[in-house]
Design a protein around this ligand. Structure first.
Ligand code: BTN
Length: 236
């Protein structure tokens, strides 16, 4: 394992992609106190001020069980639940929620190099950061400190390492069936009315019915079932 810590960076996800092939280790962690150009899913910004935990894990030659976009949030929600003693919900595909507030997000990229997959797993968790003037009224970000009403003392180096170890150690206990079944128990979208983008890029609304075999969200609009694979949806 090779770990890089910086106080300020553009984005740990970007640095990971710039340097992963210059480092021989199969597991690389890059963490920073502040990201000035943090990236969220769907080309959104990820607010990355002081107090949050921001890290990217690069995995070479280690395959994450399928569906990876559900496995990672599942493991992180377990980590947070064990550490802070409250339950996390998962908003499909990989947002971490506590009640109605988003406390963390995950950005997963995969590069194929011949027969080998290289995973870039970017994780942002709102430990102590503040969202006083935040206009994200879809996700209502909140920090764990605001929920527990006390500052979280943490080291990004230790925390990112512990989470990485949990992700790797749990691989042996999960397969697609167990990931989908455990994820479904925590998924806050199921049985709710949602608006999403279907596989052809069309906006559709209906009830989130279940998680499909490939990790997709199955939406029922009363007439037909749709497979939501695009990474945007909102709960109404
Ligand atoms: C999302 O919910 O939109 C995903 C957010 C992912 C944020 C993390 S923080 C570490 C890594 N670096 C980035 O720039 N983004 C990811």
């Amino acid at each position: 394992m090779y770990l890089i810590y910086c106080d300020t960076l553009d984005s740990v996800q970007l640095l990971a992609k710039r340097i992963y092939n210059k480092i021989t280790q199969d597991i690389i962690i890059i963490t920073a106190d502040i990201q000035v150009s943090g990236i969220g899913r769907n080309n959104r910004k990820w607010l990355s001020g002081k107090g949050g935990l921001y890290f990217t894990i690069v995995l070479k030659k280690i395959d994450i069980p399928h569906p990876a976009q559900l496995y990672i949030p599942l493991i992180i929600s377990e980590y947070i639940t064990n550490k802070f003693n409250f339950n996390c919900g998962l908003k499909w595909p990989n947002d971490i929620f506590v009640k109605k507030n988003k406390i963390g997000g995950i950005l997963i990229d995969c590069k194929i190099n011949g027969t080998e997959k290289i995973w870039f797993i970017g994780i942002g968790i709102n430990y102590n950061n503040k969202f006083d003037n935040c206009l994200d009224d879809e996700n209502y970000p909140q920090s764990i400190a605001d929920i527990t009403d006390k500052e979280i003392i943490f080291s990004p180096i230790i925390e990112s390492r512990l989470i990485t170890e949990k992700i790797i150690n749990c691989i042996q206990y999960y397969n697609s069936l167990s990931i989908i079944s455990e994820y479904s128990k925590k998924c806050i979208c199921l049985n709710k009315k949602i608006v999403a983008i279907d596989s052809q890029g069309k906006t559709i609304s209906g009830i989130a019915d279940r998680i499909g075999d490939y990790g997709e969200l199955i939406l029922n609009n009363g007439q037909k079932l749709y497979s939501v694979t695009k990474l945007w949806m909102t709960i109404l």
